[in-house]
Design a protein around this ligand. Structure first.
Ligand code: SF4
Length: 180
């Protein structure tokens, strides 16, 4: 089975890739993350993923365009819903490409994170699967949360301290927001 895996970053790729390969899947990663800000952070996450992909012989399809402007235009005035918009933007691109390129299924490393809206991701992926007529490979990758953390530390990978967008960066570091 050829799986097109949306990848958000290097550390979150470790466990899903391990599981998929154990199951015999041939995995290609798709990096499309216009939500990652600021620019230096985007570059750092991208290069961390590229190093990991090289070491593990993971083929990658990369979108290296820094997407700040487009992303902000999409979420402006809808900040409370920004995560759902963010998932849709990223995953719809992955699913449409997976279909175009003849993959057997798609999935996402977002299903690995304990901090993402897991059930919303499942229902979005199911909708996209129907829309583009390509199977969604689901697995609760959160089961390997600790495994991924330990492996990424062992590999001395860069581990980002916030989700990705500039809003999440503020939530991480602005003490007044964290108190709320
Ligand atoms: S918090 Fe994370 S999932 Fe939500 S909009 Fe920001 S980058 Fe996207």
């Amino acid at each position: 089975m050829k799986v097109f895996l949306h990848v958000c970053c290097g550390p979150c790729t470790i466990y899903p890739l391990t599981v998929l390969r154990e199951k015999g899947a041939e995995v290609t990663g798709h990096f499309f993350n216009p939500n990652i800000h600021p620019f230096k952070e985007f570059k750092r996450r991208l290069s961390t993923l590229q190093d990991y992909a090289k070491d593990t012989r993971l083929p990658l399809v990369l979108d290296t365009k820094y997407g700040l402007t487009d992303f902000i235009r999409k979420v402006a005035f809808h900040e409370a819903e920004r995560c759902n918009i963010c998932y849709l933007v990223r995953l719809e691109k992955t699913v449409s490409l997976a279909k175009e390129e003849g993959f057997d299924a798609f999935s996402t490393t977002l299903l690995y994170s304990r901090y993402q809206r897991h059930s919303h991701l499942i229902s979005l992926c199911e909708k996209l699967s129907l829309k583009y007529q390509i199977p969604f490979y689901y697995e609760d990758f959160r089961e390997g949360w600790q495994y991924g953390i330990e492996a990424s530390k062992e590999l001395e990978m860069y581990r980002q301290p916030y989700c990705g967008c500039i809003y999440s960066e503020q939530e991480r570091y602005d003490k007044s927001l964290r108190k709320k």
